[in-house]
Design a binder for this molecule. Sequence first.
Ligand code: ADP
Ligand code: MG
Length: 604
Amino acid sequence: MQEKGNISIHTENIFPIIKKFLYSDHEIFLRELVSNAVDATQKINKLASFGEYQGELGETKVSVSFNAEAKTIKISDRGLGMTAEEIKKYINQIAFSGATEFVEKYKDKGDEKHIIGHFGLGFYSAFMVAKEVEINTLSYRDGAEPARWICDGSTEFEITPGTRTDRGTDIILHIAEDSEEFLDQFRLEGILNKYCKFLPVEIEFDGKTINNPSPIWTKQPSELSNEDYLNFYRELYPMAEDPLFWIHLNVDYPFNLTGVLYFPKLKNDFEVNKNKIQLYSRQVFITDEVKDVVPEFLMLLHGVIDSPDIPLNVSRSFLQADGNVKKINTHITKKVADKLGELFKTDRTAYEEKWSDIGVFVKYGMISDDKFYDKAKDYCLVKNVEEKLFTINEFREKIQAVQTDKNGELVILYATDKGKQDAFIQSALKRAYDVLLFDHPIDGHFISFIERKEEKTQIKRVDSDSVDKLITKDELKESVLSDNEQTTVKEVFEKAINNTNMKVQLEPLATDELPVTVVMPEFMRRMKEMGGMGGMSFMGSFPDTYNVIVNSNHPLMRKLLAESDDKKSQLAKHAFDLGLLSQGMLSGADLTQFLNRSINMLDA
Ligand code: ADP
Ligand code: MG
């Protein structure tokens, strides 16, 4: 018995199109063929468990081997096998029509990056690397005859009696000249490790089992210990520090999703943390580019998600609009938010200890996802300069009495650098104000975000104004200087400073405050920061402007008024330099002059 035939497809030249189109991803042929072998093995196991197959199951592992001299790669299974009729049906009609459909869908979409994983190509992907493919198979059915199918990638095939004596299938690839790179131990092992590491049936290569058939995400959380979760993490990311905690995902309805997501110890650079989640479909590795499946802020998580309900052979834009993907997104966000809430509630001390690692993540999540914000606002912590942690509401309550201004607005003060802003922090603390520490790159965004969310609230950097003006109260402070004296002092300072970007203003501050304070107003600084981030670049062309706050109640001002013009100017300049110095703004020639002047004063 020998049969020749034509594969009924509409595109005559399907082969060159597929080959060109999938150029960068030829290695997936192995994933497809091994998955088919695994499917066939699982099917025979099922048939046996239903009693529909009465024979010996025997050892049911899948084995992959290659022969560099004969230039072949072989994938063998002890699955359910195929009869000649089934080959005609499943390979000639189904496999090839699947490939035709695939090509029809994508041949116009030049950019192969649009497709995740190129799933759905199946058996035909063998022709990406082989000039000839051979199937040798024996069906599990009673009285079945072994069958052999051979095809050179054209639309013609040949079926003859086969030689296989035990149930199962061998797929033999005769590797094409341009694909001989695959006839290599390390290359094949690498591909198997990437795609087949967690397949549910034992896979053997070079005498070794290369997979773990029951990874932890396929088990019930109740069966697993902390050590199991940690070991799995170490297996996935051998170089990483242990994670902080994890979430086991396990949903059946309305979509199927399993997986374990870990909270890593974050590095300051977000990018290095991204693309650490691996996406699987029924334990077959698909991709680690999960950008559209997982919400942006959750990309910082590590781990595995497995869902057969994520459409894998569709374009990115389609994926974003897909109902299941949206539901999966929402589900993961909710799970993560709830997990954090639970940690906060059950063990606040442990939660606070982890805050320096999870804080960035929580803030990032609040900014980027409203649903997450709604839950996280109750357990998002802020830290004051004394390193004490509060929830936002706890902190509001704590400062309410002293830090509400005359318009009833709560003014939250913060520092970005405890060392540099110490003078300002100290004067705020002297007023019994509390000062938060916002010293992470994300905090700039977080501050503007919170200001928009919280009603009647302003957030100001502690050095953005003189301490009295940071929080304006009704009480009027009297200046000890007369109006005339004040005008003179102002003029003296303006002349001595002689810089239009330094706006001098007199304020009757407490006598123990600095005589001169140089500040960049909160508004100016934020505009500038936005410019720096590319938000409002036109600001970049403006010079920085500062307010020079002269404390008219400081004893120095009386002294200055009594001096000669020269001496007035010298004192004013010196007091101004001290203001600059406390902001870390004194440098170059100004610093040298300041030093010389100080030494002269010591002598005098
Ligand atoms: P899919 O796996 O999505 O069904 P494929 O193109 O990969 O599509 O395979 C087509 C069909 O060929 C399979 O559905 C199966 O019936 C049959 N087949 C492929 N490989 C094997 C195998 N190793 N053992 C038994 N049947 C197989
Ligand atoms: Mg398949």
